[in-house]
Design a protein around this ligand. Structure first.
Ligand code: MN
Ligand code: MN
Length: 455
């Protein structure tokens, strides 16, 4: 009998075969992540993976039956993958896993293009919580869509293919930074200064035209767009490049957008691999980083309509289905960082390699603005994890009075659904390149699978 609780290191617990499984799983994730930098990218990639496995598109009102494999794409930015189980959905409810697939980045302003000092720039308005000083002098890719007159959509994706150009925000040379160095970290780089270079060559054929005109001409040649079309576009700069292994032992992965694709991917693979008994729904939500508002965010009615529609199609009472449903709000948490130990409370932090972390509550200032899961709900998930030998841990975000944060958990709990936060610990969260552990990633997959298969 073990009386004392100690956190376990998953790599220490894993035998050779398990370590191989951990590393193999990470390769699939890295591939998924590279094409899922934005919510649109993540949805498109998920649709591809669903179709490969025989899933079909669902629309409200469609007829469905046990065993059906479905996905519902909400405006290309939010996807619900649904696997109809053989168990009575009224009695067993729906097993929901909700992650988000939007990540902090630099969106283009509606009128982004200007010329100054012989250079052409795009002006940006950052999306989500960023530390602005981290974005200058790194390679950026441009991604998104432009909607032309009449509704035709043009996709843009420049900077991630080998041989593509990248985009770049400058910073001041140290020789002239005396004044800048005196500024506070949060003030040294302003939002309005996050403008990326997009061109530097005036049009040679018509000498009087500058760089801006030359860039517009290039854009028209390649995409058929003119300057006003930016006003009907969603374009953003994201860090360029592929996920990379970190360290001599390759235990960690550095990449853009782990928050929260590192939870979205495991909930999807768990749904695919589940036993098919309970009805399962994996959600890739949009807009979490700006508060979950809007038609593709988790505060939208779409989830409610979808659950109602599916329930009715199965001849079940939607109210009972909802009441008996359970949800894992699958979102990342802060990993303990020994370089910044003072902001963490050591006994209640999440540690790299110690597995996916259960977070009973987030919030700030005395648990404000959070879902605080019940002991019963935490107990339910604990049983699922321990019955399946999942290495997991429990943590809080950081010290009580230092700050805080939130997830989509409270919006789902507000629908009357028992919800618990759980996710992969991240180092340098919200930085252009974040770090996670392959062991924690695989632990998340096993945790979600244990949740899906608990009856
Ligand atoms: Mn998140
Ligand atoms: Mn976040």
């Amino acid at each position: 009998m073990e009386y004392e609780y100690t956190r376990k290191n998953y790599f220490k617990e894993a035998d050779e075969q398990e370590r191989k499984a951990i590393f193999d799983y990470a390769e699939g994730y890295k591939q998924f992540l590279f094409t899922s930098k934005t919510e649109r990218g993540a949805c498109a990639t998920a649709v591809e993976l669903c179709r490969e496995r025989g899933y079909r598109s669902y629309m409200f009102g469609d007829k469905i039956k046990a065993g059906d494999k479905l996905y519902f794409v909400n405006r290309d930015k939010n996807i619900f993958i649904i696997r109809i189980g053989t168990n009575d959905v009224e009695k067993c409810g729906i097993k929901i896993m909700a992650a988000h697939v939007d990540s902090p980045r630099l969106d283009l302003k509606p009128n982004p293009l200007y010329e100054d000092g012989g250079l052409a720039f795009f002006k940006t308005h950052y999306y989500g919580g960023i530390k602005k000083y981290q974005w200058p002098t790194i390679p950026l890719a441009l991604e998104g869509v432009v909607v032309l007159r009449g509704g035709k959509r043009v996709s843009v994706n420049v900077g991630d293919d080998e041989g593509d150009p990248i985009f770049y925000i400058t910073d001041l040379l140290p020789h002239l930074s005396q004044e800048q160095n005196e500024l506070k970290l949060g003030k040294a780089i302003s939002g309005e200064s996050l403008n990326a270079i997009v061109g530097a060559m005036p049009d040679g054929a018509e000498e009087k035209e500058g760089v801006k005109a030359a860039v517009l001409k290039l854009l028209h040649d390649k995409y058929g767009i003119t300057e006003i079309d930016f006003q009907t576009s969603e374009l953003c700069f994201v860090p360029a490049g592929k996920p990379r292994d970190v360290g001599f032992d390759r235990a960690l992965i550095s990449a853009y957008g782990h928050d929260d694709k590192v939870c979205a991917y495991p909930e999807m693979t768990a749904l695919f691999e589940g036993d098919g008994k309970d009805t399962v729904m994996a959600i890739f939500a949009d807009k979490e980083e700006t508060g979950s508002q809007g038609v593709t965010g988790m505060q939208s009615r779409v989830i409610l309509d979808l659950m109602d529609s599916v329930s009715r199609a199965l001849g079940a009472d939607p109210i009972l289905v909802r009441y008996n449903s359970k949800c894992i709000s699958a979102d990342v948490c802060a990993a303990f960082d020994p370089e910044y130990a003072s902001v963490y409370e050591k006994r209640n932090s999440s540690y790299i390699n110690c597995g996916a972390s259960v977070t009973k509550y987030h919030g700030a200032r005395g648990k404000a603005s959070t879902n605080d899961a019940s002991a019963e709900m935490v107990g339910y998930v604990r049983d699922a994890l321990e019955d399946n030998g999942v290495i997991y841990q429990t943590g809080e975000l950081g010290k009580i009075d230092i700050g805080g944060g939130g997830t989509v958990a409270m919006y789902i709990a507000d629908l009357g659904i028992d919800t618990l936060d759980m996710g992969v610990p991240v180092l340098s969260m919200h930085a252009p390149y974040e770090i996670i552990s392959k062991a924690d990633l695989y632990s998340m997959h096993k945790a979600m699978l244990a949740f899906v298969n608990k009856h």
